[in-house]
Design a protein around this ligand. Structure first.
Ligand SMILES: [Fe+2]
Ligand SMILES: [Fe+2]
Length: 298
């Protein structure tokens, strides 16, 4: 997959225009409800990490709903920590020559993420009294030239955003979910669809020609790194703390069992990661010959 330079600049110009036309001021935008009940759905039951496993079958509706609260808090907390990391990473890249054409858009990107981070954090504090910490496994630093370093950074952002987007879309449309939670998901998905369009364009543009510009060993390193990043992203959805908060006896045991569950693995590779893996393979950032085989350590 490649993208001609003029297509790339046109697409970015369009995104800048949309960000300006659809700009919202999130700080005064929402009517924050006083309380959200634990007998409400906070995420769709089918999106629970226990879905398709014996844990789901054995849980009562009340237990599923309680878990949906903590899964929602986990998803929103992941947004908070992920967006914080993203803003820092993108801010560092402002004004780099390699991203000259994207520079205006990067400012909108940061502006929008800053607002998201604010409302996700406020939501977690208001309705759960906490934000889950995200102990991100420190991935070994790669020694890469500026172009590959930018590619890896935006590939990571793309992975993070596509996975979040999957949940936002489904929850925004689900009438069973509490309306305020749907509204937050809807607000986020509107901005994120532009970020993802940008990510796709940027990756396609900058990755154009990498198979001739770099040695296979270098690209293998990038591929291995991104595969680990995908794995860490998936694992972060299975936060042991949320199982504990939902009343499961051992959060770690639940997490391990779920990560090695066949149905869950199929959901990851066939559904949740489908678009991510396709784009990363198309742009040669992930080696195509090896299919994604999650090797979860429990
Ligand atoms: Fe966001
Ligand atoms: Fe985003």
């Amino acid at each position: 997959m490649s993208m001609a330079p003029n297509m790339y600049t046109d697409r970015i110009a369009k995104l800048v225009q949309l960000s300006r036309e659809r700009h919202v001021f999130s700080f005064t935008r929402f009517d924050w409800v006083d309380d959200i009940s634990e007998s409400d759905w906070w995420v769709s039951p089918e999106l629970l990490t226990i879905y398709g496993t014996p844990y789901y079958e054995q849980a009562s509706e009340q237990q599923r709903k309680l878990l949906s609260k903590w899964e929602c808090i986990n998803l929103f907390s992941l947004n908070v920590t992920g967006e914080q990391e993203l803003i820092a990473g993108v801010a560092e890249l402002l004004h780099t020559p390699l991203l000259k054409e994207a520079n205006d858009y990067l400012h909108h990107f940061i502006d929008e993420e800053n607002q998201h981070m604010w409302y996700f954090a406020k939501f977690c504090e208001n309705y759960a009294g906490k934000i889950y910490g995200n102990k991100k496994l420190q991935l070994t630093e790669l020694k890469l030239d500026p172009r590959l370093a930018v590619l890896v950074r935006f590939a990571q952002i793309f992975i993070f955003e596509e996975v979040g987007h999957y949940y936002n879309l489904k929850i925004a449309l689900d009438e069973r979910v509490h309306p305020f939670i749907r509204e937050i998901n809807e607000a986020h998905r509107n901005d994120e669809s532009r970020h993802i369009t940008f990510g796709r364009a940027l990756l396609a543009r900058l990755a154009d020609g990498i198979t001739t510009d770099y040695a296979p060993e270098v690209l293998q390193q990038v591929s291995t790194h991104l595969r680990k990043y995908v794995q860490v992203t998936i694992e972060s959805l299975y936060n042991p703390a949320m199982y504990r908060d939902a009343g499961f006896a051992s959060g770690m045991a639940v997490r391990s069992a779920l990560l090695s569950d066949r149905n869950r693995q199929e959901f990851h590779s066939r559904e949740l990661l489908k678009k991510v893996l396709a784009l990363l393979a198309d742009t040669h950032l992930l080696k195509e010959e090896t299919s994604f085989e999650p090797a979860y350590q429990s």
